[in-house]
Design a protein around this ligand. Structure first.
Ligand SMILES: [Zn+2]
Length: 67
């Protein structure tokens, strides 16, 4: 399941959310605003083993520096 990173444009809070489908509404856990913008999609950043799902062309450059 893809893990997406969002940023709230109301309170500037960054959070991560597991979304089952891209239509699901994401709200900020802090201020409950729906004005969130999706950042990069991260695939469960820690851990190397992905069980089963092989995406053939997932070689997008994830080159935005986040530390
Ligand atoms: Zn917020």
């Amino acid at each position: 399941m893809p893990l997406f990173e969002y940023k709230c444009s109301e309170c500037d809070h960054k959070f991560e959310e597991l979304v089952a489908n891209s239509e699901s509404k994401v709200t900020c856990p802090k201020c409950a605003s729906e004005k969130v913008s999706k950042l990069l999609s991260v695939f469960a950043a820690s851990g190397t083993s992905s069980s089963g799902s092989s995406l053939p062309s997932a070689q997008s450059s994830c080159g935005s520096g986040f530390s």
